[in-house]
Structures are given as structure tokens and as C-alpha cells.
Design a protein around this ligand. Structure first.
Ligand SMILES: Cc1cc2nc3c(=O)[nH]c(=O)nc-3n(C[C@H](O)[C@H](O)[C@H](O)COP(=O)(O)OP(=O)(O)OC[C@H]3O[C@@H](n4cnc5c(N)ncnc54)[C@H](O)[C@@H]3O)c2cc1C
Length: 385
């Protein structure tokens, strides 16, 4: 029977120094009016100038080899940067997806000339990526994907559509999953291939989909015989099922999975004031203890990635627990705010952000893998099914 393993990893001392540097940078940016920390949007803000400055600091592609514009630093250092930007509500929308998962996929599977061209641009904060996995009839069941890549002399033609594609309206490239052959009788996962798709190619239409708040976060992307060169195929033809699932370990393990609406907790503390009621103190104590445990687990997963392990099971556990914790947070915070003694203006700001958090909370347990599906992965990882 398999067991889960959270190695007892702590952030190294030099990560603390880096944290100071990131905080100083954020303060400079805030003083210069580069972004509004109280602006709440479903999709982490898209801000080319901010991303370029983060790139110049060396905080994109931190773990990648220097020959591709990376900085050969550790996953734990990258963790600190992600954490600080997320808590500050920094506008990382342009580079975040490319930094977290598209870059690592290219590093592993792209031909050399593509790596040399695109990875340095990502690291400079100049290149935005989106993820083309989900389709109208294929979400949790990724391997039912039906959008096709049809072989022609010059490469492939893409046909079909992707849905819920976050940030496709800004993206320069998509890493997309397309069907190149039918599934086989003994392996229904067979027949899918990953491609690097230039979003400016002819035959691609991006249609906005409004989220619950009417905001433009994700899209439908329609492919009408969009050409893609053969060199843009990532990894082996028909074998993407192996690649796409390891990409998800990166997608699920980061602190963004429990910090997306953590502002609710920090604003609650402000509203409760320095000497909260004993019931509020107890409630906040529970929330903070749970957050602390989640963070220890998430740091551990990142330490294991650093050690070259594949903590797929542990990443799924962090994602599931983290999003369930976040989904419950606004409701607990609303109850605890009843004990507030803070000023009316603080309370009004808290209520405004709380309303937003409640409206976006349903998506938290769906994006990046629905909870029920993650629990299936966890059960399998533990040898229970
Ligand atoms: C905000 C947001 C951003 C997103 N961004 C992207 C993106 O950039 N790129 C991308 O490709 N996708 C993206 N997605 C899509 C997301 O990955 C899918 O919505 C998700 O995988 C679920 O798929 P589905 O919507 O088709 O639901 P379904 O798969 O149809 O699931 C419906 C319900 O059935 C349950 N269910 C399904 N299968 C099982 C099972 N085997 N066992 C138990 N229960 C099951 C699910 O848990 C869920 O409750 C995004 C989604 C959201 C909400």
C-alpha cells in the first residue's frame, strides 16, 4: 500500500532575506502607484510593466537553467516570491501561468530552438501563456478531449474548441492538448498530444465568458483549421497523457491555492481590532492554525519538487484542503466579524471584499481539478481504490 509523505521541510534562512527584498519591491511599487492592493479581480491583474519589472528582478523562471534566461534558484525561493505577491494582491497575471507551469513543460519537452526563443522572454516578463486542456465535454475527464490536430504536410491543423481558458484574451501562446489518434481498446488515454500554439495564428477565435461577477477571466477558444508547425509538438505524439498529468503537480501545489482570498482573514483582523472579544480570538486562532498547517504542507511539497520527487498525491491533498479551507473562510469571517469593534470605514471595506469573496468562492474547488476528482486521486495514491 502506498502512503503519503510530507517531508519536514522548512524554508531556508536565505529565503528570509529574499522575502525582505520582495517586500521592499512591493512597497516601492505601491508607493509609485503601480497597482492597487485593494482592487479585487477574479483573474490576477494583467500588468505588462509590473511583469517586466519582476522579470528584471530575476523572479520569473527562478528555478530554470541560466542558459534559458533562468536563475538556477530553488523551488523554496520561488515559493517565497509567490507567497508575497499573492498576499499583496500583486498583478502577476501576465507571467504567472508561464512561470508556474508552461515554462517547465517547455523545458522538458520543447525542441532546443523553441526553448532558446521563448523561455528567456518568459523570464523577462514579456510572454503570457494560457492552458488549453478543458473542453465543453471534457473537464475532469481530460482524456475525453476531442479537439483535433490533423496531420498535414507542413505540420498540423487544429480543429475544435477549448473552454474556461483563463487569460486566453491576453495570451501570446497556449499549451494545448489535442487529439492526434483515437483512443485504443486497452488505453483510453492514448492518442492525445500537447502543442505549443501561437495565439496569433490564423483560424483562432477567443470568445469571452463572463464569470459570476460579470468579470472577464476565462474564455472559449475556437480553432478553425489553425495551422501549427510540426516543431511545435511537445514531447511524443499520442503520449501527452503522461506529460499533462505531471504538469498538474506544478499547478496544484503552490501557496496560491490557499491564498487567493486570504485577504478576508487579514481584513477580518483589522476589523476586529487589537483587543478582540474572546470568541473572536478563538475563531481567528483556529483559522490561523489551519492556515499554518496548510502552509507547512505546501512548503513540504515544494521542497520535495526541489529534491526531484513527484509529489502528485501530496500536491492533490494540499489543493483539496486549501480550496475547501478558503471556501469556508468568508462564511466564518462573516460570523466572527459580528464581534467587531473596528471603525465603520474599515467595516464597509471588509463587507465589500467579503461580498466579492463569497461570489468567487464556488470556483475555488473547481479550478485546477474538482475536489471530488482530487479525492479520487488521493484514494488511488493511498491504495484505497
Ligand atoms: C475559474 C476557473 C478557471 C479555469 N481555467 C482553466 C484553464 O485555464 N484551462 C483549462 O483547461 N481549464 C480551466 N478551467 C476548467 C477546470 O479545470 C474544469 O472546470 C474542471 O476540471 C472541471 O471540469 P468540468 O467543468 O467539465 O466539470 P465536470 O468534469 O463535468 O464535473 C462536474 C461535477 O462532477 C464531478 N465529477 C466529475 N468526474 C468525477 C469523478 N470521476 N468522480 C467523482 N466526481 C466527479 C466533479 O467533481 C464536478 O462536481 C477553469 C475552471 C475555473 C472554474
Amino acid at each position: 500500500m502506498t502512503s503519503m509523505q510530507f517531508d519536514p521541510i522548512r524554508l531556508p534562512p536565505h529565503a528570509q532575506q529574499l522575502r525582505g527584498e520582495v517586500r521592499a519591491f512591493i512597497k516601492e511599487q505601491l508607493d509609485a502607484g503601480a497597482f492597487d492592493p485593494n482592487r479585487i479581480a477574479a483573474y490576477a491583474g494583467y500588468n505588462p510593466e509590473f511583469s517586466r519589472q519582476v522579470g528584471a528582478k530575476g523572479w520569473i523562471g527562478m528555478t530554470w537553467p541560466k542558459q534559458y534566461g533562468g536563475h538556477e534558484r530553488s523551488f523554496l525561493e520561488r515559493y517565497v516570491v509567490t507567497e508575497e505577491f499573492r498576499v499583496a494582491n500583486a498583478p502577476v497575471g501576465l507571467h504567472f501561468t508561464a512561470d508556474r507551469q508552461s515554462g517547465p513543460v517547455l523545458l522538458k519537452y520543447a525542441p532546443e530552438h523553441i526553448k532558446r526563443d521563448i523561455l528567456p522572454r518568459i523570464a523577462r516578463g514579456e510572454c503570457c501563456f494560457c492552458i488549453g486542456m478543458s473542453e465543453p465535454n471534457s473537464g475532469s475527464d481530460l482524456f475525453a478531449a476531442n479537439a483535433r490536430a490533423v496531420k498535414v504536410d507542413a505540420g498540423f491543423l487544429l480543429r475544435g474548441s477549448k473552454i474556461w481558458t483563463t487569460g486566453a484574451h491576453h495570451a501570446d501562446y497556449m499549451i494545448g492538448l489535442f487529439r492526434t489518434s483515437p483512443a485504443t481498446a486497452d488505453n483510453r488515454r492514448h492518442g492525445l498530444t500537447q502543442f505549443l500554439v501561437d495565439m496569433k495564428s490564423p483560424g483562432i477565435t477567443v470568445n469571452p465568458i463572463a464569470n459570476l461577477l460579470g468579470q472577464h477571466e476565462f474564455n472559449e477558444v475556437v480553432f478553425d483549421d489553425a495551422p501549427v508547425p510540426a516543431a511545435n509538438m511537445l514531447g511524443q505524439i499520442d503520449m501527452a497523457w503522461k506529460q499533462a498529468t505531471s504538469e498538474l503537480a506544478y499547478e496544484r501545489s503552490g501557496p496560491e491555492r490557499f491564498l487567493e482570498i486570504s485577504f478576508v482573514l487579514f481584513d477580518l483582523l483589522r476589523v476586529l481590532g487589537p483587543t478582540p472579544d474572546v470568541r473572536a480570538t478563538e475563531g481567528v486562532g483556529r483559522l490561523v492554525a489551519q492556515l499554518h498547517a496548510l502552509r507547512r504542507m505546501s512548503v513540504s511539497v515544494n521542497g520535495m519538487l526541489q529534491a526531484g520527487k513527484e509529489p502528485t498525491l501530496e500536491g492533490a491533498i494540499v489543493k483539496d484542503l486549501g480550496t475547501v479551507w478558503q471556501q469556508a473562510l468568508p462564511h466564518k469571517a462573516r460570523d466572527l466579524a459580528a464581534f467587531a469593534s473596528g471603525a465603520d470605514t474599515e467595516r464597509a471595506e471588509f463587507d465589500r471584499k467579503l461580498a466579492h469573496a463569497i461570489a468567487i468562492a464556488p470556483k475555488l474547488t473547481i479550478q485546477g481539478g474538482a475536489s471530488e476528482v482530487l479525492r479520487g486521486i488521493i484514494a488511488r495514491g493511498l491504495g484505497l481504490r
